[in-house]
Design a protein around this ligand. Structure first.
Ligand SMILES: NC(=O)c1ccc[n+]([C@@H]2O[C@H](COP(=O)([O-])OP(=O)(O)OC[C@H]3O[C@@H](n4cnc5c(N)ncnc54)[C@H](OP(=O)(O)O)[C@@H]3O)[C@@H](O)[C@H]2O)c1
Length: 352
């Protein structure tokens, strides 16, 4: 019998999740919440540029909370923990790329209570965080002994990110270095990455120093750089590097880094992605060391990325693939440490 799934929001992740739910042999799309008025009442398939699904998009939160379903794939732009609590208390499991990767004691009492009320579970997934920064390093770490350092790093060209308001107003590209120094991304991204670092530190048993290191570096344009927010003029921020680090007695033991560049030309300092180009990396320094590079999650071209970004699709798939495991899990917030190995499924036509 299929597990009934409601998709919450139809942005990039949401549209890819709908494709993933439709392709998954164990899942059935039964509902969809949309933010924009003009999407409400339309067939969900049509909103996603797919064949009609027979499922009508709705902006009626109460009706969707009441709807019978096994799981909600929750991917709006910002998380509303009180709404997530309502969904959990209504008996629906929730999978999301927004938060709760490994929350520990961070403000989760209400969510845990909602899980108990609804006999449901909550799982945070994704790629960065939600994959590259904790699940994959921990998997790879099992092949090393005497581990001294774990690194997870993203190298991405932000020209393929089709959200100009976010790039300009939140990421603070195209601003002065002084303005960018106040970027809320350090706190916003750090809230997720610190959970990943906690999962790695706790599982590997590092006796980390109490304060994590956070670093935010910028590179400026040396000539006009075309970007989704128009030309970035010389002297303004055109590349950013964020680093979060745990140390033991001052020596780095866990490093998470994000390199976001508007291309690789005309930057000062002259940062580049190196010969391997855009990628995600996981490195475990131990005996023996391991170095894993993930390609395929960056688009072939800027135009292709703006149309359908593989990193966004991978994020959605990681969440969707988790749904059967989360629905079968014990009540509560369930991280990768609690769930069995999560896997994808064979393509329709190739499956049993
Ligand atoms: N963990 C990871 O690796 C990872 C990776 C990628 C993304 N994410 C996170 O996933 C979330 C979704 O990303 P995305 O790429 O799908 O973003 P997106 O394309 O910008 O879509 C955002 C969605 O939120 C809706 N929305 C807009 N304003 C809203 C509001 N005030 N309240 C509720 N919903 C609102 C939009 O509705 P309309 O379509 O109707 O405008 C849209 O469906 C983001 O929080 C992002 O940070 C996580």
């Amino acid at each position: 019998m299929s597990l009934k799934v409601i998709q919450w929001a139809t942005g990039g992740v949401g549209r890819a999740a709908i494709e993933g739910i439709i392709a998954h042999p164990d899942l059935e799309l039964v509902g969809c919440w949309v933010h924009s008025e003009d999407k409400a009442g339309r067939d969900v398939g049509t909103i996603c540029g797919l064949d009609p699904t027979g499922v009508t998009a709705s902006n009626d939160i109460d009706a969707l909370v009441e709807m019978a379903a096994d799981c909600v794939m929750y991917s709006p732009i910002m998380a509303d923990p009180s709404l997530v609590s309502r969904l959990l208390a209504s008996g629906k499991n929730v999978v999301t790329p927004l938060n709760w990767f490994y929350p520990g004691q961070r403000d989760v009492a209400d969510l845990e209570q909602a899980c108990r009320t609804g006999n449901s579970s909550l799982h945070g997934s994704g790629i960065h965080p939600g994959g590259i920064t904790e699940r994959f390093p921990l998997m790879v770490s099992a092949l090393s002994s005497a581990i001294t350092h774990v690194r997870a790093e993203e190298f991405s060209d932000i020209r393929t990110y089709g959200a100009p308001a976010v790039i300009s107003d939140i990421m603070l590209f195209g601003k002065t270095p002084e303005q960018a120094a106040a970027s809320p991304m350090v706190k916003f991204l750090g809230a997720g990455f610190m959970q990943s670092m906690d999962m790695v530190a706790t599982t590997l048993g590092f006796a980390v120093d109490p304060e994590a290191i956070t670093r935010h570096e910028v590179a400026v344009a040396t000539r006009n750089i075309p970007s989704p927010i128009g030309d970035i003029a010389p002297g303004l921020v055109a590349a950013q590097r964020f680093t979060w680090q745990y140390t033991v007695a001052g020596e780095p033991v866990i490093t998470v880094r994000v390199n976001w560049f508007m291309g690789e030309e005309n930057l000062e300092p002259a940062w580049t992605f190196g010969a391997e180009g855009e990628r995600f990396e996981v490195e475990v320094t131990g005996d023996p060391p391991a170095h894993v590079t993930f390609h395929g999650w960056h688009p072939e071209s800027i135009a292709a990325g703006l149309e359908r970004n593989p990193g966004i699709v991978a994020t959605a798939n990681h969440c969707v693939s988790a749904i059967p495991y989360v629905c079968a899990a014990d009540t509560g917030i369930r991280t990768y440490l609690d769930l069995p190995m999560i896997a994808g499924r064979a393509a329709p036509g190739l499956s049993k």
